[in-house]
Design a protein around this ligand. Structure first.
Ligand code: ASP
Length: 323
């Protein structure tokens, strides 16, 4: 049996300023297409989510890879996870400062073993050992984030206590033509975070989860809250119990608010190709490409499923895969 492959990506859930809507929507659109090209070529869901998340990490618009927010010490520390729904294999890294694409390092961890999760200098040494170039930490910092950090340090109290602080964590879920699922999430975390702080993003079952027998999911939002309810593991279990991905995502965010007071966004995809996108923030950047080649990208707003559509994109020109 051949499945209709599809990919869904997100670029964070927060109060995205209007002037940043287009870059966020366009960035998601490009990333979804990058992942889609991989699926269309017959490659795996793991390859596709890695390709999509790399595109988002390389785009300085987002809080992942270059362009990430700075911690309280004025440094970028990156977290990422990737998970293969076929085998439940996973790789994760946290607090890395010298790797351009942490999702690729997470994949190396997954595939080269013997561990699942590496942090800090040990993770960087693993990258070097497995042939990934190490960069100067400064290369991850962009002027926009340096200015935000300086404003915060100058005592303007910018963003630290603000709900929906600037974010832009990225993630992707994909279904390949063999019917396998994968998920990946990558982030620079919260602005002005304590050095060494790790949020939900690289934690399995919190920032991402994938199981061919249930669903694949990627989360964004208030990491301290999301990790307390095992957001993505629980949402996948809800799909296994019979809820649609959209219902399960909405229910999980209701639970997040009720039990923790937290907020966030989720993308969820099941093995039948049904998917859900939900958020409890003012905006969420998203994109998807469906099996028939339909492409959509935009900035979602509450109570409006598609929100503001971005880019040229209605379709890539259908009929790309047959059963
Ligand atoms: N969940 C991320 C973290 O807490 C941030 C975000 O997604 O906005 O590190």
């Amino acid at each position: 049996m051949t499945f209709h492959p599809l990919i869904v990506v997100h670029g964070g859930a927060w109060k995205i300023p209007e002037e940043e809507h287009t870059p966020h929507g366009e960035g998601c659109r490009r990333a979804a297409l990058a992942g889609w090209e991989v699926l269309r070529a017959g490659r795996s869901a793991v390859d596709a989510v890695e390709a999509a998340v790399r595109a988002l990490e390389d785009d300085p618009t987002f809080d992942a890879g270059r362009g990430s927010c700075l911690n309280a010490a004025g440094e970028v520390e990156l977290d990422a996870i990737i998970m293969d729904g076929r085998t439940l294999s996973l790789g994760a890294v946290a607090a890395v400062r010298r790797v351009r694409n942490p999702v690729t390092l997470a994949r190396r961890v997954m595939e080269k073993g013997p561990h699942n999760f590496l942090v800090g200098s040990g993770a960087e040494e693993f990258a070097r050992y497995h042939g990934m170039p190490l960069i100067s930490p400064e290369e991850l910092i962009v002027a926009r984030e340096r200015a935000r950090w300086e404003a915060w340090r100058a005592g303007n109290g910018l963003y630290t206590e603000n709900l929906f602080a600037p974010s832009g964590t990225v993630g992707a879920v994909a279904l390949d033509r063999e019917g396998h699922l994968a998920a990946a999430t990558s982030t620079g975390g919260k602005p002005n975070k304590w050095p060494g702080r790790v949020g939900d993003s690289p934690l399995v079952g919190c920032g991402a989860y994938a199981d061919d027998r249930s669903a694949a999911a990627s989360a964004t939002g208030d990491g301290e809250a999301l990790m307390r309810i095992l957001a993505t593991g629980t949402v996948c279990a809800q799909v296994a119990r019979g809820h649609s991905p959209q219902e399960a995502a909405e229910e999980m965010l209701r639970l997040l608010a009720e039990r923790t007071g937290g907020y966030g966004g989720l993308i969820v995809l099941d093995p039948r190709g049904r998917f859900g996108i939900a958020h409890t923030t003012p905006h969420m950047a998203w994109a998807y490409v469906l099996g028939d080649g339909t492409l959509r990208a935009g900035i979602r707003v509450p109570n409006c499923p598609e929100g503001i559509l971005c880019g040229r994109g209605a379709t890539t020109g259908g009929g790309l895969v047959s059963r």
